[in-house]
Ligand binder design. Structure first.
Ligand code: GBH
Length: 458
């Protein structure tokens, strides 16, 4: 495989999924600490109190990243470690941890890509209203200024949010994610205040980071494939709810008209203040996307208002069809062509903004052989096909800058606990020893081959 040289190759993680040390060095509680300790919330009954103990194994884990030969490492900063109350007093020990992380990456020649929010809202902010409340967005702006000031001299690539779709619709509509609330009107309030927080975060970062810094956000834009004659109608509705809810304010400085129509009986969007949309549509330098699978959709028969699920408020009457195999362990279909199509469509939607694939990867039930080797051919095939799909888009003229694999290491897969494994490294139960899977070796070889394939000057 010959990969374009413009593509930064890397691996990603998120704070709550790997760090552990939830009660140490002044860290406050997040909505995920509370949620994962609520009986019945996490499928396998686990929590991430210890997780991979990454907080105490930082140097060794940095060595693992370096062994892969990646150019970039995408990590997230735990807001409750840095500002335990969500707003106000800053915890210097929290800043110091991320400062050591950044220095450790730079010393190893790896570019740090920092995400400010990967779902771990400080619990005090949830108690004062959470994402449905405007104050949470204001608090995020202050937190962004704090982190930008502390790390802005060394971190060049910044992402405000990871997948605000999940924070809004899983957090406040279906309740499958923390804080586990179920209220459609709150979910749309959350959408808006997450968007506003992004804008306030960009404003705060711009003031304090380097002039050449790349400011971005990461969306999990959904790709819908119309099935049959009513497919287009279903796609149009779901795109408004899942994608345009974020894209329209950010890139057009307006609410999606279709979304406002669809949500008429739920909300009048009266909480959108004058000036919010200008704040949200501040220019950014790149857009991140996380890509895993696609959805086939159509309308149900007229009069059938069955909902596709609580995480799809305002989509009554739309049907998301069962996924067709082969499937990953998540039950997700494998559709690399969908990645090419999404990149092509986004290139047009964003007027050629640089794009980054900030997550792509797959969970499989990894068999461990007697010799400890994990022969994860499925994962290698998945990643190879998606790298090729990204290359096709680049060759068609899309400005794709990064391909970041989810994830470095098997970790806490949110409400599914530790049961689903996306890692390039396996973790031995008990000792927490890290063991490279065949996919880790494969990825290292791909990167090494790409680096040596650059023709030497004549
Ligand atoms: C991304 O989420 C995340 O950024 C990352 O943290 C995560 O580990 C990775 O992808 C893999 O999932 O079955 O309703 O209980 C993608 C969205 C969120 C989809 C969790 C699966 C399961 C929730 N994922 N969701 S549920």
């Amino acid at each position: 495989m010959q990969l374009p040289t413009q593509l930064t190759l890397g691996v990603a993680t998120a704070a709550y999924q790997i760090e552990g040390a939830v009660d140490e060095d002044g860290r406050g509680r997040s909505i995920w600490d509370v949620y994962s300790h609520t009986p019945g919330r996490i499928k396998d009954g686990t929590n991430a109190d210890l997780a991979l103990d990454h907080y105490h194994r930082l140097e060794a884990d940095l060595d693992l990243i370096q062994e892969l030969g990646v150019q970039a490492y995408r990590f997230s900063i735990a807001w409750p470690r840095v500002v335990p109350g969500g707003i106000g007093v800053v915890n210097q020990a929290g800043i110091d941890f991320y400062s050591r992380l950044v220095d450790g990456l730079l010393a190893r020649g790896i570019e740090p890509m920092a995400t400010l929010y990967h779902w771990d809202l400080p619990q005090p902010l949830e108690e004062s209203g959470g994402w449905p409340a405007r104050e949470t967005a204001v608090a995020f702006g202050e937190y962004a200024a704090t982190i930008g000031t502390a790390l802005g001299d060394r971190v060049n690539t910044w992402t405000t949010f990871n997948e605000p779709w999940g924070s809004a619709y899983l957090g406040y509509a279906s309740g499958a994610h923390a804080p586990g609330r179920q209220n459609a009107a709150d979910a749309f309030r959350a959408v808006h205040h997450l968007n506003l927080a992004h804008g306030l975060g960009v404003r705060a970062l711009r003031d304090v980071v380097r002039a050449d810094a790349v400011l971005s956000t990461t969306l999990n834009l959904h790709t819908f494939r119309p099935a049959g004659p009513t497919g287009e109608e279903a796609r149009d509705r779901l795109e408004a709810i899942a994608n345009e809810a974020f894209l329209a304010p950010m890139f057009d400085g307006r609410l999606s008209k279709r979304l406002v129509e669809l949500t008429q009986s739920i909300t009048d969007w009266g909480f959108v203040d004058d000036g919010d949309l200008a704040e949200i549509s501040r220019p950014i330098d790149a857009l991140g996307i996380n890509y895993y699978y696609t959805n086939s959709v159509r309308m149900r028969s007229p009069g059938d208002t069955t909902s596709p699920g609580l995480q799809w408020p305002a989509a009554e009457g739309v049907e998301i069809l069962p996924k067709q195999g082969p499937l990953t362990e998540m039950g997700w279909n494998i559709d690399p062509a969908g990645l090419t199509e999404l990149l092509l469509a986004l290139h047009l939607r964003t007027d050629g903004l640089p794009l980054m694939i900030t997550e792509n990867g797959a969970a499989f039930p990894d068999a461990v052989d007697g010799d400890e080797r994990v022969r994860d051919v499925d994962r290698i095939d998945y990643l190879r096909e998606h790298l090729e799909a990204a290359t096709v888009a680049i060759e068609a003229g899309v400005d794709v800058r990064a391909f970041i694999v989810w994830t470095l290491i098997d970790n806490f897969e949110w409400s599914l606990g530790f049961a689903k494994r996306f890692g390039l490294y396996r973790v031995e139960t008990g000792s927490l020893r890290r063991i490279p899977k065949d996919s880790a070796v494969w990825f290292r070889d791909v990167i090494a081959a790409r680096d040596t394939a650059v023709p030497a000057p004549a």
